[in-house]
Design a protein around this ligand. Structure first.
Ligand code: MRU
Length: 369
């Protein structure tokens, strides 16, 4: 079924180039969002002409991944501001409040909305406000491209120095990832996948194992799709296979993204990340997190304070429209978990690599963000 604000446009992506996840369309004053709920079978865009549609796109995971959520929200404020000059300030402000309720865990959403609020406060003339907001949203978008590129460069260097990878010599290396922290989740070439693209571009033979990532299958549907299009060999496993694959010696490193990182390095990411970190520790496999500085929440001293999104039970009960549990069966559906810093080998950021994350090592690289 097509969404009401969807352009029924189906395109086939160029090989080695991915479609843009979110963009501003000047002609219609709308935010155009690649609908990730429809991937990998359909390449369909939603054209959001009001802020409610942007809210729904974020809530329903049409646009998802911490940095992309922040970018979409920033453009969402512009959609609201564009409607009428006399109410521009009020509409923009209300849009920031509404969008802040869409998803609670990814801190990039609040980071982007704070910047949009700053613009509202500092732009005194109403007639200048829309242009100032759009410029800020575009700056957030462009900055994210640059942050992803920096993470790619620093991450490729760091991974290249890792003992297990060095020992492989010219042999292929295998990196396991969870959920999707690639181009589909950001304004650029991703966070966790960015060092992989970088190494692949340098000619290093990399094979990626993508956890399918229940319940919404971001690994199988999105990570596998984007790596495949980019020409990086990828193998999908179900989440429960990871431990056994590690035991067989088939994983050289794990790298994941993040939705929010506390000041001590505790990291919230897609549910299942914590179990992977425990498995990696048991098997002496390095476990990396890759994230821009915008994903750090330096106000939170530990991961216990990170709000965890609880999603609808039916996301677990149904698999692609088919009931897979008894109708009224109790289920749990936390969308994220928190991996304690002590299980993380290093956090790769755009500002540098944080080895053995802790309050002091995080502050040394991130400052107060
Ligand atoms: O629920 P999602 O698909 O938005 O969850 C996404 C993740 O957990 C990603 O790993 C995280 O946002 C980092 S994206 C660069």
């Amino acid at each position: 079924m097509e969404h009401p604000c969807e352009t029924a446009k189906r395109l086939s992506p160029d090989h080695h180039r991915l479609p843009q996840v979110v963009r501003w369309d000047d002609a219609t004053g709308s935010v155009v969002i690649l609908d990730q709920t429809r991937l990998p079978s359909d390449l369909v865009y939603r054209t959001c002409v009001d802020v409610q549609q942007v809210w729904h796109a974020i809530y329903e995971l049409a646009v998802r991944g911490a940095p992309a959520i922040g970018i979409a929200a920033a453009y969402g404020v512009c959609v609201a501001a564009r409607a009428s000059l006399d109410t521009v300030r009020d509409r923009a402000l209300r849009a920031t409040h509404l969008l802040a309720t869409s998803r609670p865990t990814a801190v990039n959403l609040f980071w982007a909305l704070d910047q949009m609020r700053d613009v509202i406060d500092k732009t005194t003339a109403d007639r200048d406000l829309f242009a100032a907001l759009l410029a800020q949203a575009q700056a957030i978008h462009q900055q994210d491209r640059e942050l992803c590129a920096a993470i790619g460069r620093l991450g490729a260097m760091r991974l290249g120095q890792e003992r297990r990878l060095v020992e492989r010599g010219d042999e292929p290396v295998t990196i396991l990832t969870h959920c999707n922290a690639g181009a589909l989740a950001t304004g650029g070439q991703g966070t966790a996948l960015s060092p992989i693209y970088e190494l692949h571009g340098q000619g290093r033979v990399i094979r990626v194992i993508a956890d399918e990532t229940r319940p919404l299958l971001q690994g199988a549907r999105l990570t596998a799709w984007e790596l495949h299009h980019m020409g990086v060999p990828v193998t999908v496993i179900t989440d429960s296979m990871a431990g056994w694959i590690m035991r067989l010696g088939q994983v050289d490193a794990v790298i994941v993204g993040a939705d929010r990182i506390a000041a001590n390095g505790d990291t919230a990411n897609k549910i299942g990340t914590y179990s992977l970190a425990l498995l990696a520790r048991h098997h002496h496999i390095p476990f990396f997190v890759a994230a821009p500085h915008s994903t750090f929440d330096m106000k939170l001293l530990s991961g216990d304070l990170i709000p965890i999104e609880q999603r609808a039970a039916d996301e677990v009960r149904f698999v692609f429209g088919r009931l897979t549990t008894p109708v009224d069966c109790d289920v749990l559906n936390p969308a994220f978990d928190v991996t304690p810093a002590e299980l993380i080998t290093a956090i790769i950021t755009d500002r540098g690599v944080i080895e053995s994350p802790s309050l002091s090592t995080v502050a040394a690289i991130i400052g107060d963000r």
